[in-house]
Design a binder for this molecule. Structure first.
Ligand code: NAD
Length: 502
């Protein structure tokens, strides 16, 4: 057994973001004898992870963090009670079995990157890998700055033999780049490199981590590679059935993450392309999705026509895939995947133009309410929201006001995202055309149209408020294609979800 003498006592996760934080918390929860420390250069973020208000909202996350981070202090009873209550309701909250009854804290958050790296047996690199904005490959290639920075820190500070795990989504063959950096800084020292891409979705991160469809572990076909992979597999095996842990090659593992995201996004673009045909013909895309999805070979997931995919991953991962294909001399492959992105843009454009034409082709003097900014429900992540593209097109028509309300995205996060729309006009000054409201009711008051752009449950059953003034627009749906609803009337103000607390 090649794994026999690889013991992992201390895991360091570099990057306390949407992936690093929840992944480390779940790993710590299920491996009470392993110390898991999440490090980040962002002190505000680390302080939030240490405090009562976590920096990200994920159903069930607060209970997991509380159990692993705080252990069995006096607050244990309350934490266990809540976790157990959540579990019985069938939520994503973990069942807090008796094994946790006297646990010591084993999840830590810190800005002391060098020191933590130096003490680690295994390091998960879970830093951001956005699209490059400038220079060679701008708009498509992956910006590897954060990965390089993290790997340099590992190269400088880690003990020989420390296992380095790529959790970030990276282009195929990044493992080679990592090995080159390690070799340049520490010639002749061995650091096994693994790839362990993360497949969680925001909004269901804890459920996805607790019950993953699979855990992919990519390694080099060498004895140290297999031993390192076995050590990581052992950590996962504390809660994931062995049959779901898939050991594969390093390059396959890196590429399979891009392939998975590309294929999920492709389904969304495929059904959206059909929705455009529905709009012209009178066919109903939801009936089509249902019938098509009943085919066992196709399946029903990711077949909902809408505003298209958003969030920080799908677009940038497909862009990365197209860039990779092109750099490998495969322009046909690049063009194939590029079309998935084009269809996504087309859908938003189509929707925004539909709104404008429903309002007699002019938005001058009109107020448009936007309910929901997050790219999907149950997350406060405002990055790459479809709403941004819709708002961009609406603003070209000089509306009096675009009033946005989202129950979880902070005004600061929405404003940061919208900044790309500012040219010479300050959009978000107090009397500017973009306003971020603190309730749905405020956003909808006196509006000419209400657009529901995130599928938050609280907007699902929105009904006109009796006696309220009708708005101009008389369109309920996008001609059966329903990428998002256009409601007729202001809504009752509903209670937003409680902010995350530990
Ligand atoms: P994020 O931006 O939320 O978090 C990344 C964190 O890394 C930031 O807090 C940043 O300060 C920190 N960081 C960067 N360089 C650092 C360094 N050298 N030292 C210490 N900290 C550093 O990103 P995320 O959404 O968690 O995504 C991380 C990776 O996981 C990306 O590659 C992404 O593509 C992938 N991924 C994301 C999701 C998702 O739903 N967000 C899902 C699967 C995979």
């Amino acid at each position: 057994n090649t794994a026999a003498n690889v013991s992992i006592w201390h895991v360091c996760c570099i990057g306390a973001g949407y992936v690093g934080g929840p992944t480390a918390a779940v790993m710590a929860l299920h491996n009470p004898n392993v110390r898991v420390t999440v490090v980040d250069r962002d002190e505000t973020r680390i302080n939030a992870w240490k405090g009562r208000h976590l920096p990200i909202h994920e159903p069930g996350l607060a209970s997991v963090v509380r159990l692993a981070r705080d252990g069995s202090k006096e607050r244990r009873q309350g934490a266990r009670g809540q976790a157990a209550a959540g579990a019985t309701k069938g939520s994503q909250t973990p069942t807090d079995g008796s094994s946790h009854s006297s646990r010591q804290p084993n999840l830590f958050f810190s800005t002391a990157c060098a020191e933590t790296i130096a003490n680690a047996d295994m390091i998960l690199v879970s830093v951001n890998t956005p699209t490059k904005l400038r220079g060679v490959g701008a708009g498509r290639a992956t910006d590897m700055t954060a990965v390089e920075g993290a790997v340099r820190d590992v190269a400088i500070h880690a003990r020989p033999g420390t296992i380095l795990v790529e959790k970030s989504t990276v282009p195929c063959k990044t493992g080679q780049l990592i090995k080159d950096i390690l070799e340049a800084y520490r010639p002749g020292i061995s650091f096994p490199v693994l790839s362990n891409p993360e497949f969680l979705s925001e909004g269901t991160a804890i459920r996805d981590l607790m019950k993953p469809d699979r855990v992919v572990i990519g390694c080099e076909s060498t004895i140290p590679g297999h031993r390192a992979a076995a050590a990581l597999a052992n950590l996962y095996a504390s809660w994931v059935p062995r049959s779901k842990i898939a050991p594969i090659g390093l390059w396959s593992s890196e590429l399979c993450k891009l392939a998975a995201n590309a294929m999920l996004a492709q389904r969304v673009s495929s059904i959206n392309s059909i929705s455009a045909i529905c709009e012209r013909t009178g066919a109903d895309v939801s009936e089509i999705a249902k019938s098509v999805g009943m085919d066992a070979r196709i399946g029903s997931q990711f077949l909902k026509a809408g505003l298209g995919f958003g969030g920080s991953c799908f677009r940038k991962d497909i862009a990365s895939l197209t860039y990779l294909a092109e750099s490998l001399g495969l322009p046909e492959v690049a063009a194939y995947w590029q079309q998935v992105l084009e269809m996504n843009n087309f859908q938003r454009d189509r929707f925004a133009r539909h709104v404008i034409s429903s309002l007699n082709n002019t938005l001058r003097g009109k107020k448009i309410a936007i309910l929901g900014y997050a790219f999907k429900k149950n997350t406060g992540d405002a990055r790459e929201s479809p709403a941004l593209d819709v708002i961009r097109i609406l603003l070209e028509e000089n509306p009096r006001c675009v009033a946005i309300y989202d129950p979880l995205c902070s005004a600061a996060d929405i404003q940061r995202e919208l900044r790309v729309l500012e040219d010479d006009r300050p959009l978000m000054r107090p009397d500017g055309p973009v306003q971020i409201m603190s309730s749905a009711y405020e956003a909808c008051a006196d509006s000419n149209a209400v657009l529901v752009l995130t599928d938050w449950d609280m907007f699902k059953n929105s009904r006109p408020v009796a006696g309220s003034k009708p708005v101009e627009v008389a369109v309920d749906q996008f001609d059966g294609a329903a990428p998002a609803s256009i409601l007729r009337l202001p809504l009752r103000s509903e209670k937003p979800p409680t902010p995350p607390e530990t």
